[in-house]
Design a protein around this ligand. Structure first.
Ligand code: GLV
Length: 316
């Protein structure tokens, strides 16, 4: 049976696949045309968030395709209905990247709160004039009201990580999370209340049409002028132009962003806006997480192609 890795899978996942199947790996620079051609006759596809898995790709693979294993927890790049229509199982890699992503959210929160990227630039560019009582004042997280938008696995872990700061915890979620109430005294609230009350707002929602531009001009109109916004979910959650305006007009305190609309492009306004910490979508990029994600991809492909239930199926 043939498995096509549409871009790259680390050896922790590629090697076990190679032991069982014919494996073709296209590499990071594969064009859409190359992907469509290579998919022909595949039993399994290994995909990732950087390209759409749609009817066109599924049809290029043909009727033998049984599994699309998406490398990542998010799957907004996958047309689930198109996969279901063709009887193709879709899988993801939940759990493996929970710690890595929550830790990056904390790193961005702290970097944004103290404007670390800009402070470092002062040193690197040789413009530092020496210790200054007024310059480089930022925000403290101790005692902060921290709001987690989308308290799933990663949002919940983020709440654990920030426990040492004390202060109040708010969250939004589809249903109440008693464990967050008991561990952190966290309260389930409507988004608007969370935006109004929080000193730090961390977004942990999936992408897709339902969450697109959740944080827009209206939402940013509710936040405290000292609030810090962190996004390690998907770039589409935030209206970039609205956030840049809010930063430039001091209507929000700071922002820490790992994800962007239209990656790898991003709004150049983020390069000049004040008090922003930026990262190039590295939330899950730890040695441990990426190896584990790779193993999970392989386990899902192998299970489906051997006729067993996928360990990590996703459905609409
Ligand atoms: C990364 O962004 C993922 O969805 O795993």
């Amino acid at each position: 049976m043939k498995v096509v890795i549409m871009r790259e899978l680390l050896p922790a996942g590629r090697k076990p696949l190679e032991e069982c199947f014919e494996v073709v790996s296209l590499g990071l620079d594969a064009s859409r045309e190359e992907m469509l051609a290579a998919a022909a006759g595949a039993d399994g596809l290994v995909t990732d968030l950087t390209f759409p898995v749609d009817g066109e790709l599924l049809d290029a693979a043909g009727p033998g395709l049984k599994v699309v294993a998406n490398f990542g927890v998010g799957y907004d790049n996958v047309d689930l209905a198109a996969c279901a229509e063709r009887g193709v199982t879709v899988t993801n890699t939940p759990g493996a990247l929970t710690n890595a992503t929550a830790e990056l959210a904390l790193a961005l929160a702290m970097a944004a709160a103290r404007d670390l990227p800009e402070a470092e630039r002062d040193l690197r560019e040789g413009t530092w004039q020496g210790w200054d009582p007024a310059r480089w004042r930022g925000f403290e997280l101790s005692g902060a009201t921290i709001g987690v938008v989308g308290a799933g696995r990663i949002g919940g872990r983020f709440m654990d990580l920030v426990a040492g700061f004390g202060g109040e915890r708010l969250y939004t979620a589809r249903s109440a999370k008693p464990e967050l109430a008991s561990r952190h005294g966290a309260r389930l609230v409507e988004l608007d209340e969370l935006l109004r009350e929080s000193d730090l707002i961390s977004l942990h929602l999936p992408g897709g049409p339902e969450t697109e531009h959740l944080i827009d001009d209206r939402a940013l109109g509710l936040v405290k002028p000292s609030a810090i916004l962190v996004n390690t979910g998907r770039g589409t959650l935030v209206d970039s132009k609205a956030l840049i305006r809010a930063l430039e007009e001091d209507r929000i305190g700071a922002a820490g962003l790992d994800v962007f609309e239209g990656e790898p492009a991003f709004d150049p306004g983020f390069l000049t806006a004040p008090r922003v910490a930026l990262a190039p979508h590295i939330g899950s990029a730890t040695f441990r997480s990426r190896d584990e994600m790779s193993r999970i991809v392989a386990a899902n492909v192998t299970a489906v192609l051997e006729g067993s239930p996928a360990p990590n199926p996703v459905t609409a």
